[in-house]
Ligand binder design. Sequence first.
Ligand SMILES: Cc1cc2nc3c(=O)[nH]c(=O)nc-3n(C[C@H](O)[C@H](O)[C@H](O)COP(=O)(O)OP(=O)(O)OC[C@H]3O[C@@H](n4cnc5c(N)ncnc54)[C@H](O)[C@@H]3O)c2cc1C
Length: 290
Amino acid sequence: MWFLWRRYALGVKEKVVLPLAKRWISGPDLSAAIDDAKKANSRGIGAVVNFLGEEIMDPTAADAQVEEYLRLQAALADGGIRGFASVKLTQLGMGSDDEAMRNRFDKIAANAEKTSQLLWIDMEGSKFTEKTVATYLDAHDHHRSLGVAIQAYARRSEADVDAILNRGGMVRLVKGAYREGSDFAFPTKPEINKNFERLMTALFERGDGFAIATHDGALIERAKVLAESSHAKFRFELLKGIRDDLKVDLVKSGYAVSEYLPYGDRWWAYSKRRISEHPSNVWLLLRSMV
Ligand SMILES: Cc1cc2nc3c(=O)[nH]c(=O)nc-3n(C[C@H](O)[C@H](O)[C@H](O)COP(=O)(O)OP(=O)(O)OC[C@H]3O[C@@H](n4cnc5c(N)ncnc54)[C@H](O)[C@@H]3O)c2cc1C
């Protein structure tokens, strides 16, 4: 009985949710992401490409993630595409074998240097924050052009941004996408937005090469004001499928803009985060089921 229910649920997920999820993901394979990256470039937008995967414990599977990232970086370079990769450390084995994870990350970071591309590290749930920041700071000593996502909802982020800026590192500032307790994260939107603004101010004062990654119009307007009195190079980064109008407006106004393009068949965890963070997406999902 349980087996039949599970098969039914999987079928619903594939048939009903996958078409909706394609709003936020390029598709199952690299060629779909490369197509989207080219489309973004043709609109004056750079690409940040992520091969979907998280919490991969099996070493063979984690090695395969490295191979895919090397393929992705080669495809971007060979296609003359303005873009680069963004990776999650748990897809390289963080949490299972951290030394092996660092070796895997080193290979991707070395290839980023070889192909003259940036490389971002995505930030994941709170149980990985400390290790992610530490891995980033360590790798930053050995590789150029690495950046890490920092979550404005996290109480610790002010100290993390400070440590990263002291070392000349690069930050992608996001609000944060995981469900966290109030011991780790500010619980209300106003507090998160206030911290986003505080961290963003520090980036404009002391950072360079950073990314302001939000769809929040008020914070984007605030970034534009801060940019007027700063010499820092920065870009706006937005997710595929969200506020396409805004991306084009920002490009027209002369700002550097990139679009985050996830691809791969491990699309469920990512899509769940996109569905849950915006009420209209739940309606979209329910409507598509009837
Ligand atoms: C380039 C990029 C990289 C990211 N990397 C990470 C990461 O490494 N780690 C991490 O924890 N989080 C990451 N995030 C996700 C981020 O933390 C937020 O969960 C997400 O961006 C939504 O927050 P917001 O800043 O857009 O503000 P919100 O206050 O959530 O949204 C502001 C407005 O944006 C629009 N909007 C936002 N989300 C949606 C949606 N799903 N569907 C439709 N409209 C929407 C709505 O108009 C909304 O009013 C990333 C986001 C971006 C843009």
